[in-house]
Design a protein around this ligand. Structure first.
Ligand code: SAM
Length: 308
């Protein structure tokens, strides 16, 4: 990490004078000054709405003893607010053209560390060790690039990082899938993965006019509060999630048919009996099963030595 560009200093961000970076006029000025052009392929839609930033910051639960990890700072609209709210900020940005801009606009803040990196290729445990050793807790706070939302959120969850909460702007439809309860079309393996580790809450709906350029989808801010322990206890998480994926393989098929496709058609009768035995009607669809029912199903399949 030591060879990565960064700002020095850790604590005590001083507020800058003049308009906030998110003020539409200031954003335009920064973009013009540096001759910046947006890259759609990197999901670059910058926030220009201070009220939305207020809601994100309020949901993030920060204070001067806490750390904030931002993914994709852009030109720093959210970074600036994090610098004012947290003790230490680390901002990982993939686009090298934004690094000198961030160094310029973040110069009033001694507690911001700008790192040129692709979050998906970054050893986040190193980030924690290098920057967050002394903080009392860390929130991940970001306006995520939409083309990689799910891999980023899954990385944060599966790597079991010491995160208190994740407050992220995502495509509205993705926020709805993360927070969905069993029984609807939004409920699927993403809902189960998120809810296994976290409690989701929708914080705000965000219209496309809150960004430049305006994206062609609606957005939402969601808060994922990390649970002290996973929502259900499973002996082998990889296996549990394989069962979940198998159950949702073809949404219109029954749970018995989806599972038979994995464990072998010759075991369909055995599978049907097993489902009935654990109180799950074989003709149900995966989208109706709660986390507890998936955990029960996983345990029964493991006991019967069925493939998942
Ligand atoms: N935080 C800024 C804001 O709210 O105005 C910018 C948000 S913009 C939606 C997403 C940002 O993520 C862009 O700056 C983009 O360059 C950056 N980005 C895209 N892919 C990334 C990746 N894999 N790792 C780190 N940053 C990434």
């Amino acid at each position: 990490m030591s060879n990565m560009p960064q700002h020095n200093g850790k604590n005590g961000g001083a507020p800058a004078g003049g308009p906030a970076i998110a003020a539409a006029g200031r954003t335009k000025e920064i973009i013009r000054k540096h001759g910046f052009t947006f890259k759609k392929s990197l999901g670059q839609n910058f926030l220009i709405d201070g009220n939305i930033l207020d809601k994100i910051i309020a949901a993030a639960g920060l204070d001067g003893t806490k750390g904030a990890l931002e993914i994709g700072p852009g030109i720093g609209a959210l970074t600036e607010r994090l610098a004012q709210a947290a003790g230490t900020v680390v901002a990982l940005e993939i686009d090298n053209r934004l690094i000198p801009i961030l160094e310029d606009v973040m110069s009033p803040y001694g507690n911001v560390n700008v790192v040129h990196a692709d979050v998906l290729k970054t050893d986040l445990r190193r980030v924690w060790a290098d920057y967050f050793a002394d903080v009392s807790g860390v929130s991940v706070v970001a306006n995520l690039p939409y083309y990689v939302t799910t891999p980023i959120v899954m990385k944060l969850l599966e790597e079991k990082l010491p995160v208190d909460r994740i407050v992220v702007m995502v495509q509205k439809e993705v926020a709805e899938r993360m927070a969905a309860k069993p029984g609807g079309k939004d409920y699927g393996s993403l809902s189960i993965a998120v809810q296994y580790y976290c409690e989701p809450e929708l914080v705000a709906s965000v219209p496309s006019g809150a960004f430049v350029p305006a994206p062609n989808v609606d957005s939402a801010v969601i808060r994922l509060t990390k649970r002290a322990a996973p929502a259900v206890s499973v002996p082998d998480e990889d296996r549990f999630f394989r069962v979940v994926h198998a159950a949702f393989a073809q949404r219109r098929k029954t749970i018995a048919n989806n599972l038979a496709a994995i464990s072998g058609k010759e075991r369909k009768a055995e599978l049907t009996a097993l489902l009935a035995e654990i109180g799950i009607a074989p003709e149900r669809r995966a989208e109706t099963l709660s986390l507890e029912e998936f955990a029960r199903l996983d345990a029964a399949l493991a006991a019967a030595e069925m493939k998942a």
